[in-house]
Design a protein around this ligand. Structure first.
Ligand code: GDP
Length: 199
């Protein structure tokens, strides 16, 4: 897919205030600092569409972007920051849960996983929650450039083995790097393919 246009639409913390349109929607979520903003900028070919922040947890809103006038890219807040109060965590969980439960336009969620790390409980819990709630998702391994090919392969194999403990079928997954554009075409073509089937 060629990205012709990409523009910010709206940010909010209330699913009922998300754009009132029937365009298919693709959400991106992951632990803070996983590389989500960088990935969104890499995919859209825009340097500053999503804010790459040094301070994890700065963006706690549901951010809608309109791509090629025919689909929405949704940047969801990162989860799992250490320095957030219990109350804040609860509020955050509430509106993200509401987004997944109520947003009819949501076609697929890309869950970002840092390819350098062993499977993290917080990510595994989130994957399980998505599965239990029947929310379709794919996995995007990030920062692939930071590992040597052998180590990358081994980490992904470890992840797959971990998932196979609880899942009968593995979700689709992508290996990406925002530094060298690895996986860009794969993710965009995946979205394009689904969009064409929806028509
Ligand atoms: P977010 O908090 O998930 O939005 O993560 P950011 O996109 O802000 O990235 C967190 C940090 O990881 C930043 O310092 C980025 O420059 C770095 N980063 C993100 N993606 C990559 C990548 O693919 N390769 C490398 N080497 N660094 C990355």
């Amino acid at each position: 897919m060629k990205i012709k246009t990409a523009s910010f639409v709206v940010s909010n913390s209330d699913v009922t205030k998300c754009p009132n349109s029937q365009l298919p929607e693709y959400a991106f979520i992951g632990r803070s600092n996983v590389g989500k903003s960088s990935l969104i900028n890499m995919l859209t070919g825009r340097k500053n569409l999503a804010k790459v922040s040094g301070k994890p947890g700065k963006t706690r809103l549901i951010n809608h972007f309109l791509i090629n006038q025919n689909w929405h890219l949704v940047d969801l807040p990162g989860y799992g920051y250490a320095r957030v109060s219990k109350k804040e965590k609860k509020t955050f969980q509430k509106y993200i849960t509401a987004y997944f439960e109520k947003r009819q336009q949501l076609v697929n969620t890309f869950i970002l996983i840092d390819s350098r790390l062993d499977p993290q409980p917080i990510d595994l819990e989130f994957l399980e929650w998505m599965g239990l709630n029947g929310v379709p998702f794919s996995i995007v391994f990030t920062k692939a450039d930071k590992l040597k090919p052998k180590a990358l392969e081994s980490n992904i194999a470890t992840y797959k083995a971990k998932l196979m403990e609880t899942w009968e079928v593995l979700p689709p997954y992508f290996v990406t790097s925002s530094s060298n554009q690895t996986g860009r075409e794969d993710v965009l073509n995946y979205i394009e393919d689904i969009n064409s089937k929806l028509k």
